[in-house]
Design a protein around this ligand. Structure first.
Ligand code: SF4
Length: 285
């Protein structure tokens, strides 16, 4: 192993504002209420979800089983139907929906009262997108890829909204394809934290021999960071140090590190430490 391998860290990596806010809300509620639930995992990071579970947070799949206690709503939001039920049942809940996700929901809700079509650029099966669709009163179509945009059949004007963690590249390509056949109104709701993480990951990936992207395999924003880095250099997407393989680091000079918006600092630090050990210069870290 070359002892002179350099480790560089992306300028923007790890917890974003929305995730930090959600975790702080869970920690605060744990101190105040005897029973704390989240509806689905609060964020898309299995290790952080496990840590909160060990502190007493219970994960629900539906609200029917809860008659008391406090439910915390996840960062990427819940469906309008579920929100209405929660409000009607007056079950105690705290909304940790990220304000950027809420903004996309509000745009779609406002558009839904008009005679118009709504396109959401995003992943069909992602909870954020499923919730966004519910605000559109049956008027939303989800388009995931340029291929789907080319195949889209519709009439009239299109209002195009984005899942908050899309890449601008995918969003812009889809918008350009649709613009050729339809009059479009564009609502770019990709969040700033996503943009910053994607830009700094790409910048770093261009300069290094290998990138390590840390974060949940179920995290959309981390997966897209890995895709962005893969387009530039050899890249591995890992959740924890257990997945690091010494062999990856043979014959390289520089390693880049980045992490998704839902990756806690302690996991990033543990990967840094382990990399230092593998590369044989932990005393300089
Ligand atoms: S990635 Fe953006 S939209 Fe998602 S929780 Fe973080 S700040 Fe909010």
């Amino acid at each position: 192993m070359d002892k002179n391998v350099e480790i560089k860290i992306a300028a923007n990596a790890g917890f974003c504002f929305g995730v930090k806010r959600a975790i702080d809300l869970v920690e605060k509620t744990l101190n105040e209420k005897p029973e704390v639930y989240t509806l689905g995992p609060i964020i898309h990071n299995p290790q952080e979800v496990k840590r909160l579970k060990e502190k007493g947070v219970k994960i629900l799949n539906d609200i029917d089983s809860v008659k008391s206690g406090c439910i915390i709503l996840r960062t990427h939001g819940i469906s309008l139907e579920l929100r209405n039920r929660l409000e009607k049942d007056r079950t105690l809940y705290i909304d940790a929906t990220c304000p950027f996700v809420k903004k996309a929901q509000d745009i779609i809700k406002n558009l839904s009262s008009q005679e118009t079509n709504i396109i959401i650029v995003g992943e069909n099966s992602h909870p954020e997108v499923e919730a966004l669709v519910s605000y559109g009163a049956g008027k939303c179509v989800v388009i995931e890829s340029p291929k789907e945009a080319l195949e889209f059949k519709g009439t009239g004007e299109l209002n195009i909204v984005s899942q908050t963690t899309q890449t601008p590249q995918n969003f812009n390509v889809i918008v350009e394809i649709l613009k050729k056949r339809f009059k479009v109104n564009i609502y770019n709701t990709i969040c700033k934290a996503t943009l910053e993480r994607q830009e700094s990951a790409e910048k770093l990936a261009k300069k290094v021999d290998l990138m390590i992207v840390i974060g949940g395999k179920n995290s959309g924003n981390t997966t897209r960071l890995a895709e962005i880095c893969k387009a530039q250099t050899e890249t591995y997407h890992i959740e924890t140090i257990d997945e690091l393989d010494d062999k990856w680091f043979n014959n390289i000079k520089t390693v880049g590190l980045t992490a998704g918006a839902s990756t806690p600092d302690n996991i990033i630090k543990s990967v840094q430490r382990r990399l230092g050990e593998i590369l044989g210069y932990e005393r300089n870290q």
